[in-house]
Design a binder for this molecule. Structure first.
Ligand code: M6R
Length: 366
């Protein structure tokens, strides 16, 4: 049942080339410039015409929402707000009939997310679901949606569901942008082609597992971790920190790299490992200076970099190389080494990786 892997979590991490491909199957044909999400068929006009999108979710699903915020705003130029479902539902939120609410949930059973949907529905919004479990309560409560096709996720720490969510949300954003005309046909086709290539790139990152394991060995007994990223890699930093907390019980925090100097920098000393996602994208130079700030305070830096990056290699303690990909699609690739890092650290600490203490796979009580 674990397909030869020691834990479900590792199996699920390694399944990602397939689960990402499955989430695009029948929906994308880059060579024909074809993109269709069947479940949104009757709602594409409404999506493209929407003046605001509110995304709700919890935990990892909320992180996928933060990634989607960047992508929707960049490609479709629709303002997006991302809310913890638990806060949204008790906040008397302003929701109008023209708003689209996207609820993200792997299990489709998270109580707070379901309640957020019912609230938004009562105010007349149109609700889309991005769920993994077919026929789940959330999938049934929404007006329309697109399933992720990640397959059953058993490990409590979400991995393949996250990348499948980001895949489907990216397809939604591309659908809206294409319909609205905010995206050139050339870039539209280029992004579809790059998306079809993502499973192969994820596979390349998975080949680096041994290298990540060596780094995990060195930091097995760290007491704290900081994760930094900018732009689309900021939610990835949050996700990396959450994975580590959940399964290794090491205290970890994710921050937008530039926020560090507004407080967390005080934590940095020679005992503080700092994972920086520092890929060659539009914020590269800024991240390089954030790394300098950490090194000047003797922090130990593990950097996730774009293949062939010599500049950062010469500055930091460890690098994990990942292939180059369009900025918009980066989280699908950059999250992989962080999943592996948390997994190996937890295993080396002897934790129950698939069923960490105090956690349930789906949180059906508030
Ligand atoms: O099933 P859902 O996506 O609605 O679950 C939301 C969170 O409970 C979930 O992502 C949780 O944070 C995971 N354990 C993260 O690994």
């Amino acid at each position: 049942e674990k397909g030869g892997f020691e834990h479900f979590m590792l199996k699920e991490i390694f399944e990602q080339p397939r689960s990402i491909a499955d989430s695009m199957r029948g929906r994308v044909r880059a060579d024909e410039g074809h993109l269709r999400l069947g479940g949104l068929r009757d709602y594409v006009d409404r999506l493209a015409a929407s003046e605001r999108i509110v995304i709700v979710g919890c935990g990892t699903s909320w992180h996928a929402g933060l990634v989607a915020e960047y992508i929707f705003e960049e490609l479709a130029r629709i303002p997006v707000e991302v809310e913890y479902a638990s806060e949204f539902r008790y906040r008397n939120p302003i929701i109008q009939e023209r708003d689209i609410v996207i609820a993200i949930s792997q299990s489709g059973e998270t109580a707070d997310t379901l309640a957020a949907i019912e609230l938004a529905k009562s105010k007349g919004a149109t609700i889309f679901g991005v769920c993994n479990v077919v026929g789940s309560s959330i999938a049934r409560a929404t007006h329309a949606g697109a399933y992720t096709h990640a397959g059953p996720e058993i490990g409590v720490a979400s991995t393949k569901a996250f990348t499948a969510q980001v895949t489907v949300l990216t397809l939604m954003a591309l659908t809206a942008a294409h319909k609205k005309g905010t995206l050139s046909e050339t870039l539209f086709r280029q992004l579809l082609a790059e998306m079809e290539h993502i499973p192969a790139l994820v596979d390349q990152v998975l080949q680096k597992a041994e290298k990540v394991k060596e780094i995990a060995y060195i930091f097995t007994y760290a007491k704290n971790f900081i994760y930094l990223g900018r732009g689309l890699n900021f939610p990835v930093a949050l996700e990396g920190a959450l994975k580590l907390k959940e399964i290794s019980y090491i205290h970890a925090e994710g921050y937008p790299a530039a926020e560090m100097k507004h407080g967390p920098i005080a934590l940095i000393d020679e005992d503080m490992p700092v994972v920086v996602i520092a890929t060659k994208d539009s914020s590269y130079e800024k991240v390089v200076s954030n790394i300098q700030e950490v090194k000047a305070r003797k922090g130990r830096v593990i950097a996730v970099v774009t293949e062939g990056d010599e500049q950062i290699r010469s500055m930091v303690d460890f690098v994990i190389e990942i292939p180059k990909v369009h900025d918009i699609l980066m989280p699908l690739v950059s999250v992989i080494p962080l999943q592996l890092l948390s997994y190996y650290i937890a295993v080396m600490r002897g934790r129950n990786v698939d069923q960490p203490r105090n956690l349930a796979k789906s949180v059906t009580v508030e």
